[in-house]
Design a binder for this molecule. Structure first.
Ligand SMILES: [Zn+2]
Ligand SMILES: [Zn+2]
Length: 216
């Protein structure tokens, strides 16, 4: 049996939205000089030896925090599942979570972080549970938006597995609002994304949300 991932290679590649990066060392050093200049103007004492390598560490940390653009070769394998195409096929959900994630809001380049819950109803293909975690991180480690991140996860799973349905629930705190005191409490922003059986059947959605645990 051919893998669906081949049939949908174009959808799958588009859903991943990769942007491989090759940045020469001298360019990274240039970025560090820009950052040092900005930190100094904002109040950091750049003559203090304790912070001499802070611009270097900052640029590296930002680079690592956006490594999701590079892709993840370990995501590519799927397993075959016995499926007769009968009614039994649609019965069971595979749900993983909470999957903690850290992302950077593209409006402020500040973190938003929280938990992802991913569910799907398999048809012919299965994905190892650890791959769901990898997929969440692939889309979190970018400059992104909570909304886009969830859509990319459902679209990629859909293209990869052609399942009967996909569900993603994200809850996150956004430092861009919290650090600047726009709101005093620390609210969770919650978003849900449905495909297939989840979009069509409220009972399937309810079962998924119940499995994600009681929400405060
Ligand atoms: Zn923001
Ligand atoms: Zn099926």
């Amino acid at each position: 049996m051919a893998l669906h991932i081949d049939h949908n290679a174009r959808d799958f590649t588009r859903a991943l939205a990769l942007h491989p990066r090759e940045i020469p060392a001298e360019r990274m050093e240039q970025f560090e000089r820009y950052i040092a200049e900005m930190f100094e103007a904002f109040g950091m004492d750049m003559s203090d030896p304790d912070v001499a390598t802070t611009p270097h560490r900052y640029v590296r940390a930002l680079y690592d925090a956006t490594s999701g653009y590079e892709g993840d070769p370990k995501l590519l394998t799927v397993f075959e599942k016995e499926c007769s195409g009968g009614p039994d096929c649609q019965l069971s959900q595979i749900i993983e979570g909470p999957i903690p994630f850290f992302a950077l809001c593209e409006h402020h380049a500040l973190p938003f972080h929280g938990n992802a819950y991913v569910g799907y109803i398999a048809h012919e293909h299965l994905l190892g549970i650890s791959k769901l975690t990898r997929m969440v991180r692939l889309f979190a480690r970018r400059f992104t938006l909570q909304e886009r991140m969830g859509q990319q996860i459902v679209d990629t799973l859909d293209a990869m597995l052609r399942p009967h349905g996909v569900a993603v629930y994200l809850e996150a705190q956004h430092l861009c609002t919290q650090m600047r005191g726009v709101r005093e409490v620390s609210p969770q922003t919650r978003t849900t994304f449905w495909r297939g059986a989840y979009a069509e059947d409220p009972a399937v959605r309810a079962e998924f949300l119940a499995a994600c645990g009681p929400r405060p």
